[in-house]
Every structure is written in C-alpha cells, then in structure tokens.
Design a protein around this ligand. Structure first.
Ligand code: AMP
Length: 187
C-alpha cells in the first residue's frame, strides 16, 4: 500500500501513520521527523533547515526533494510506504509524481484528514513540540492554507482522494481510517 497523508498540522497524521505503518510493516516517512533528527544531529542539512522550521515556514523544495530522493533510494520502500507531511505544495507533488514514475512505483492513494481549526490548535498546544508555540502555530496554519490545501483539489482531480473525519479521538479516527482503506483494498 502506498499512501499520502494530507491534513493541517495537528490533524493526527503522524499518530495514525505510525500505527498503520507498524500494522502493515511498511515505512512511515515523515519529513518533519527527518528534519527534526537532522536539526538535533546538527548535520549540514539540519543547519540549513532549522531557521525555516523554527519560523513555521516550509523548508525549500530543493532540500526536501534531495531528502526524499535519498529516502526513496533505500530498500525498505519497495513494499509500500506512508508519507506524512510530504508533499506540502504543488511543486513537491509534481516532483513526487516524477520520482515515482522514474522508480516505476504505482500511483499512491491519498487520505485527507479533515479537522476543525479549534481541534488542531488544541492538539498542537497539548503536544508541546518546540515549534508548537503560538506565533509559529499561527504561521504554520497560514502556510498550510496557502501552500498545502490546494493539494486537496489536485488529488481530487487525480481521483485518488479519500477523506477521513479527524476530529474524533485517536482510536475512533483509526477505525474510520481502516474502514476507508478497506474500501480501497476491495476495489
Ligand atoms: P511536521 O512535523 O510535518 O509538522 O513538520 C514540521 C516542520 O518541518 C514544518 O513546519 C516545516 O517547517 C518543515 N517541513 C516538514 N515537511 C516539509 C515539507 N514537505 N516541505 C517543506 N517543509 C517541511
């Protein structure tokens, strides 16, 4: 199974992706996690990315695509994957299509987690990550609206968009997600 998880920051994509990835024994690829590790490890990539992450801005596409090319070069991606936090804008979505076609990988399905603004802010404040302070949260939500939300229409046009109501507690969202994926597997 190849899946892209879409949704605003705080939608619960990471939580659901890690449960599902463990269940299906496929990698959960989170660009945010990879960036945070690089920042902690003070790699040259981390140093270049840090200011963007701290400000709640997108890290430049060139860096993100270099990271994804390297990740897709690893052997564990052959049986499937869940992408969480990538693509984040239309140019990354186009670059991903190219990368997958070069690698002769089938087109992914997309799951969009729909979550209200109040729930998103509440979850981010509870999580307490370094970039989960109020000004950065506000900026990340603006960036999501401007840059990432157009991907919903993009993938709807590609007829691979599935929607899950992410407003419920984790276990219920997981149930809804499994139901929606069951439908995909059975067609
Ligand atoms: P996340 O953990 O997905 O919320 O990502 C945390 C931060 O990492 C974001 O606010 C961005 O600064 C950066 N980031 C993660 N994924 C991407 C991406 N695909 N493109 C650009 N920046 C990203």
């Amino acid at each position: 199974m190849r899946l892209i998880f879409l949704g605003p920051p705080g939608a619960g994509k990471g939580t659901q992706a890690s449960t599902l990835a463990e269940q299906w024994k496929i990698p959960h690829i989170s660009t945010g996690d990879i960036l945070r590790q690089a920042i902690t490890g003070k790699t040259s990539f981390g140093i270049q990315a840090q200011a963007h992450v701290d400000a709640g801005e997108l890290v430049p596409d060139m860096l993100i695509m270099a990271l994804m090319r390297e990740r897709f070069g690893q052997s564990d991606v052959k049986r499937g994957w869940i992408l969480d936090g990538f693509p984040r804008n239309l140019s990354q979505a186009h670059a991903l299509e190219q990368l997958l076609s070069i690698m002769r990988q089938p087109r992914p399905q997309v799951v969009n987690f729909e979550v209200s603004a109040e729930v998103v802010v509440e979850r981010m404040l509870q999580r307490g990550r370094q970039d989960d302070n109020e000004p950065t949260i506000r900026r990340r939500l603006e960036v999501y609206q401007a840059e990432t939300s157009p991907l919903i229409a993009f993938y709807r046009r590609h007829r691979c968009l599935n929607t899950v109501d992410g407003n419920f507690p984790v276990a219920e969202v997981n149930h809804l997600l499994q139901q929606s994926l069951q439908l995909l597997v059975s067609v």
